[in-house]
Design a protein around this ligand. Structure first.
Ligand SMILES: [Zn+2]
Length: 180
């Protein structure tokens, strides 16, 4: 199984100078190309197929998170949860704000598994929610409240967002590292 190197935007194939982010499989590489996340910058012939050996991200990845055109690395905070979730309620999808037009749309952070029932304050258990939905959900899980999540929360340290797409950062294995 060949390994494809994934470089940050700005890779120079002529000199080979660039920021190596991780390696991935040929299969995953084709998926990234198809979704417009990355372009092939080095190719090789494998049997009768032309396959990429190196990709360059179409948008620069800064820290662990790319959001639209603005690149920023984020640490965990309630504000960062809102940023990750585009300031939109995970339950009704409406835009939330710290200074909303109406009180119902006040930005709150909801514990998916309620804190009162042992839910942690972590990337994977917190979502942005409007005050109205948060109040309605109260001390229930989404299933109990009949309020399904519109999107899955993710940890920006292990995933990054390019446009509307969340891309997992694969863990670089020892074997892959030895071939880089
Ligand atoms: Zn809501």
């Amino acid at each position: 199984m060949s390994v494809v190197k994934v470089f940050n935007k700005g890779y120079d194939p002529a000199t080979g100078i660039g920021e190596l982010l991780h390696t991935t499989s040929v299969r995953h590489a084709f998926g990234m190309i198809r979704r417009g996340v990355a372009d092939p910058v080095e190719l090789t012939l494998a049997g009768e197929r032309i396959v990429p050996t190196a990709l360059e991200l179409t948008r620069e990845l800064s820290g662990a998170w790319v959001e639209g055109d603005a690149c920023r690395s984020v640490g965990f905070s309630f504000r960062a949860v809102h940023e990750r979730d585009h300031w939109s309620c995970a339950y009704c999808g409406r835009s939330v704000s710290k200074r909303p037009q109406c009180a119902a749309l006040l930005a709150t952070v909801d514990h998916i598994v309620p804190a009162s029932r042992g839910g942690e304050s972590s990337w994977l258990n917190l979502v942005s929610a409007c005050r109205e939905c948060n109040g309605r959900k109260a001390d229930q899980t989404p299933e109990e409240a009949g309020m399904p999540l519109r999107y899955a929360p993710y940890d920006p340290a292990t995933a990054y967002r390019v446009g509307g797409h969340v891309e997992e950062i694969p863990v670089m294995s020892e074997a892959a590292l030895s071939r880089v």
